[in-house]
Design a protein around this ligand. Structure first.
Ligand code: 13P
Ligand code: SF4
Length: 309
């Protein structure tokens, strides 16, 4: 198979054959976003997964996202183009360690960021995403103590935003924790009229320079309504594709990481390719499977989130 058009047509045929839907996160390669039936942030993708009538969900994202779709849709086949597409935040909370750690905090409400495994979700009371974390935290009665996991940096930001004390698990996103403050200050000086748009998984030293902090779709919406013509993007640069498509006249500058490599690209998200998507659809692999007991326990906090916001 060679031309893009041929590949696209082949994907359409396979989708029809299997009654499949393709969901993609904003951090996927532009050509994957363009080929997907729906592109969104973590919250929108979970809602889409909850509402689909397809028999097969091909998830172009990372493992915890596909797993979330399976928790919500046990009777559907959920497949991921590359089973190695993980997430450093999710990996930062191994279930056994998390279970032990939680024993120190009885009577706490456990809020887990959606970037965690099904086992960790099963030990949680409510799930949140970056789009709804504030509302989820505010839904917990003020007299209740809160544990927030696994993202320490999002947790720190939320403590400031909500004024709530929270016990934080010490996990981070390998992409967002290493953005370069030095490069940001230099870019701001060179582009004094640019707005700085950051994801809340970033560290405080980066967030303090931001004009807007939000989830991937919140950042995309901000750009849509903004007067500024230049935007410094402080999240995975995959989001720039939709911004550029919707605003061809604007300029987007991705902030580099402090290591000098292209580490602002999520190495897990970027494992998915068009070729792997075709292979995945042809052979209906790699399938997400879950222990039913864990799935039922993980569904409860996910549903609680979907009911709140
Ligand atoms: P969003 O929920 O903002 O799409 O973020 C997902 C993610 O993995 C950020 O690193
Ligand atoms: Fe996980 Fe970070 Fe990649 Fe998002 S960008 S999937 S949080 S490693």
């Amino acid at each position: 198979m060679n031309s893009d058009q041929q590949m696209f047509e082949h994907i359409q045929e396979l989708k029809e054959k299997h009654n499949a839907v393709i969901l993609a996160h904003y951090y996927q390669e532009p050509e994957i976003q363009d080929m997907a039936d729906f592109v969104g942030d973590s919250l929108e993708l979970s809602r889409k997964a909850a509402g689909t009538s397809a028999d097969v969900i091909l998830f172009c994202g990372v493992h915890f996202m596909a797993e979330t779709a399976k928790i919500i849709n046990p009777s559907k086949k959920v497949i991921l183009p590359d089973m190695d597409a993980g997430c450093s935040l999710s990996d930062s909370a191994p279930p056994d360690q998390f279970r032990e750690w939680l024993k120190q905090f009885p009577n706490h409400v456990v809020i887990s960021y959606i970037n965690c495994s099904a086992d960790v979700k099963a030990m949680s009371d409510i799930i949140c995403t970056s789009a709804n974390a504030k509302k989820v935290i505010e839904s917990v009665p003020k007299d209740k103590k809160i544990v927030f996991a696994p993202d320490r940096l999002l947790g720190q930001y939320m403590v400031k935003e909500t004024g709530r004390e929270m016990v934080l698990w010490n996990g981070t996103c390998q992409v967002h924790e290493i953005f370069s403050e030095k490069a940001l200050v230099t870019l701001k000086a060179k582009n004094p009229h640019a707005s700085v748009l950051a994801h809340p998984e970033c560290d405080e030293n980066i967030l303090m320079h931001a004009d807007f902090i939000g989830s991937t779709s919140a950042i995309i919406k901000y750009v849509q309504n903004a007067d500024e013509q230049v935007h410094i993007i402080v999240t995975e640069p995959g989001v720039i594709h939709q911004m550029q498509k919707n605003n061809p006249e604007k300029t987007f500058i991705p902030l580099p990481s402090n290591t000098g490599c292209a580490c602002n690209e999520c190495p897990h998200m970027r494992l998915n390719t068009i070729e792997k998507i075709i292979d995945s659809l042809e052979h209906l692999k790699h399938e997400i499977t879950l222990d039913e007991d864990i799935r039922i326990k993980a569904l409860k906090p996910l549903n609680r989130m979907l009911e709140i916001v």
